[in-house]
Design a protein around this ligand. Structure first.
Ligand code: KG4
Ligand code: ZN
Length: 353
């Protein structure tokens, strides 16, 4: 089975082809530099960029994989598209492109939950064991799931306010590091040992599985306002500066997030001892300290820690294609009335079998 994946839910335009769980090729255009000028994603610009890039990426993907346009209709069995959650205008570009392609290629259509796809991405690199606990950590989401199978996700806990990536990005912005700042916190933070008591780890004392990062944000803002010397004078160009105290700040913020995640993931594993692994995904899963912390947690609990390689952590179409292929294999599809689901609305399980 060949599945074409389409991803346009936020600020990456991406297309990928997967055949029987193997990635044949992928093309991705990131809008990161554009949105960095505004310090965050501007939804209207994101939709326009998706419109501008999608067709060219489609052509480039088929050139790359050597599939000629004449054999295209015969090769693609399924078109899978990220149908939400995401920015509505951005999602609509991908969903409508996917509908047009499915119609034109005579392929089946399936809408994929972007969050579930993140957690299934590692399936391109190894077999995923089920049931498992899933921890999705991105710029917009911090979700803990019980994953019974590739189609059965039960939400155990979620952030009540900011997402883990958002907390790191805001901490980076406060000291004038470029957007999105998570990776700069990672790089600078690896130059110092964290002060583990410097910042709070909200909600980690209780036994609930929800997260909260807004208290950390306030504590970080207070800390920076008392230490203006930490704020970089202008956005650094290429080399990251060695401002005294900045690495300690980054390491300590990173620690507060890493420890919060490992406490909650540990609780979820303890309550579900039959879970075989902790699957971690989303852009923040690229973070070195978080990987280390969660790997240690899993070693102590005797379960596997599974992370996709860094390229598969951030938004991509390979994860949409591999998740879509699994849905298609199980007989789950959508009709051309497939709806895009914006952030804030639950993604329905409205498959046509
Ligand atoms: O999953 P993703 O690409 O997009 C969505 O939010 O859906 O995640 C983006 C997030 C941003 O907050 C970014 O700062 C964070 O992932 N990120 C990192 C790292 N690389 C990306 N955070 C910490 N350490 C990193 N190395
Ligand atoms: Zn994402």
């Amino acid at each position: 089975m060949i599945c074409l994946g389409v991803e346009t839910s936020c600020d990456e335009t991406a297309l990928a082809l997967v055949q029987d769980g193997v990635l044949l090729g992928e093309k991705l255009a990131s809008q990161e530099n554009l949105h960095a000028l505004f310090g965050g994603v501007v939804p209207e610009l994101a939709s326009r960029e998706h419109l501008r890039k999608a067709s060219a990426l489609f052509d480039a993907l088929f050139t790359q994989t050597g599939i000629q346009s004449v054999s295209l209709a015969a090769s693609v069995d399924v078109v899978a598209v990220a149908r939400g959650p995401g920015l509505l205008g951005s999602l609509l570009v991908g969903v409508n492109l996917a509908k047009g392609l499915a119609l034109g290629l005579g392929a089946k259509l399936v809408g994929v939950n972007h969050l579930h796809a993140h957690l299934l991405a590692a399936g391109l690199e190894r077999e995923l064991p089920f049931p498992s606990i899933g921890l999705l950590i991105s710029g917009g989401h911090t979700h803990l799931y019980y994953i019974r199978s590739p189609f059965e996700f039960e939400l155990l806990g979620r952030t009540l306010d900011d997402a883990a990536g958002e907390a790191l990005d805001k901490a980076a912005k406060m000291v004038n590091l470029p957007y999105p700042g998570g990776k700069y916190i990672d790089v600078l933070g690896s130059r110092a040992e964290p002060d583990k008591a410097l910042f709070p780890k909200p909600l980690t004392a209780g036994d609930g599985l929800d997260f909260s990062f807004s208290g950390l944000k306030s504590a970080v803002a207070r800390y920076v306002s008392e230490r203006p010397e930490l704020v970089l004078p202008a956005l650094p160009e290429s080399a990251l500066p060695d401002v005294p105290g900045l690495s300690l700040y980054c390491a300590s913020v990173n620690w507060a997030v890493a420890k919060t995640l490992s406490v909650k993931a540990g609780l979820a594993l303890a309550r579900n001892p039959e879970a075989k692994a902790l699957i971690v995904a989303g852009g923040v899963a690229a973070n070195s300290m978080i990987r280390r912390e969660l790997t240690d947690l899993c070693a102590k609990r005797g379960v596997e820690a599974i992370f996709p390689s860094r390229g598969l952590c951030t938004d991509n179409a390979a994860m949409i294609a591999v998740a879509g292929e699994q849905l298609a294999r199980s007989g789950r599809f959508h009709g051309f009335d497939l709806e895009a689901i914006p952030r804030g609305r639950a993604v329905p399980l409205d498959y046509v079998r």
